[in-house]
Design a protein around this ligand. Structure first.
Ligand SMILES: [Mn+2]
Length: 422
């Protein structure tokens, strides 16, 4: 996407934008500070989200999907050119192995991108591997399986070092399907022991992000099922280990914002995998089902990060973890990033001082008024203004459609391509 195309599009829509922006900006205290924070805030795109995801029942390709890691990076570059808010990519090994790391790194840099956390995979068997993960990986009763999984994670760190990543993200599907299948204590201790060995291999400036999930693919127990179990492991391992929150990895009704608040307080919040859900780990577009929850989470994040003097943009990891089976993945990712920035902008608008006063006076109605005043503000023109100042498009999806980018990608890549890893 050439810059002059973006500038031309913006020029055509500038007056309309200005009118909307002036309306909302008039009521925003410290407007420049808010816009600068919005400009700085970037959300990593996972390499597996550029193709069409599926369910266990089927998968329907969308056409023009990236056929290689290089094409995935190009797609993230396009997203970033449009929204100026997605300047990094998170790789999943072995779905996206960077065979020529310097070339991959150079291509990314050309598009203004760098590499976020690297993700290991011991939840499925690869053709080349000796031992099966059918009954788990890092918690497996057989030491040989555990060793293979540990070696894989160490290899992922090695790839990450070559690319300039500084975090290993670990999600384990290890668990059990039936009562009696597993000794919980033994499984947890073996997981801890395996993670210790991986932790030992982390470079000095690296972090280990430990993700939890209550169920699926195992339906009776998961060895790292909730934030408490992740936090126990992270605490035992040391200061480089932190708990990663994936929004979809909670049982219905869980108060995620409270979890976030306390993990932040303890300095143990690694970051986020953003998505949305109606029933379970649905991996739907961020903000598509419950944008109020997303706002409440960001309210805790902003408040908690400010309390610890953390930089919002760089203090923890921000990443989308979603899978799309009916939308154009690029449009979906643009929507997800926009939803995250809307929630962040609304959280920045919360009158913190008034909220503290309301809380101290037990003025419950006023506290709700303060939060919902911010939540019900249409902050989209603020985000568009921040994007405009950064060189992005006033309306990324509209420009993506107007330019018929997907048609161009189908012409180049073909109608029936399947992204690697899917
Ligand atoms: Mn995740």
């Amino acid at each position: 996407m050439e810059q002059d195309k973006i500038d031309h599009y913006n020029h055509l829509h500038l007056r309309e934008h200005q009118r909307k922006f002036d309306f909302v900006a008039a009521d925003v205290p410290k407007l420049d500070e808010v816009l600068k924070k919005l400009q700085a805030f970037q959300i990593a795109i996972p390499s597996w989200a550029l193709g069409t995801g599926g369910t266990r029942f089927g998968r329907f390709s969308g056409g023009g999907e990236p056929r290689s890691l290089e094409e995935k990076i190009e797609d993230v570059g396009l997203i970033h050119a449009l929204n100026r808010s997605s300047n990094s990519i998170s790789l999943h090994i072995p779905w996206d192995i960077p065979d020529n790391a310097p070339a991959i790194k150079a291509l990314a840099a050309e598009l203004g991108l760098h590499f976020d956390a690297v993700n290991s995979n011991t939840f499925q068997d690869q053709a080349s591997q000796k031992h099966s993960y059918k009954f788990g990986s890092l918690h497996h009763v057989d030491k040989a399986v555990r060793c293979q999984a540990i070696e894989h994670n160490v290899e992922v760190i090695k790839y990450g070092v070559e690319l300039g990543s500084t975090a290993l993200s670990v999600w384990l599907s290890d668990g059990s399907n039936f009562p009696g299948q597993l000794n919980f204590r033994g499984a947890f201790q073996r997981t801890h022991d395996s993670l210790c060995q991986i932790y030992e291999e982390l470079p000095d400036d690296w972090k280990m992000w430990i993700e939890y999930k209550p169920y699926e693919p195992n339906f009776y127990s998961t060895t790292i099922a909730d934030w408490g179990q992740s936090y126990m492991l992270a605490s035992k391992l040391g200061e480089k280990a932190l708990t990663l929150v994936d929004l979809g990895h909670h049982l219905q009704g869980t108060n995620i914002e409270q979890i976030v608040s306390l993990l932040l307080m303890e300095g143990k919040l690694a970051g986020f995998h953003f998505n949305d859900s109606k029933y379970g780990d649905d991996d739907l577009t961020v903000g598509s089902i419950n944008p109020y929850q997303l706002f409440l989470i960001f309210n805790e994040l902003v408040e908690g990060m400010d309390a610890r003097g953390m930089n919002h943009a760089t203090g923890i990891g921000w990443m989308i973890d979603a899978s799309h089976n009916v939308k154009d993945p690029i449009e979906d990712l643009l929507q997800s990033v926009e939803a995250i920035k809307i929630a962040y902008a609304q959280a920045l608008l919360v009158d913190k001082q008034a909220l503290v006063e309301a809380q101290e006076q037990n003025d419950v109605a006023q506290a709700q008024e303060i939060l919902q005043n911010a939540y019900r503000t249409d902050v989209r023109p603020l985000i568009a203004e921040a994007r405009l100042r950064a060189g992005g498009a006033l309306n990324p999806i509209a420009l993506f459609r107007k330019s018929a980018v997907r048609n161009e990608l189908i012409k180049q890549r073909g109608e029936k391509t399947v992204a690697t890893g899917l």
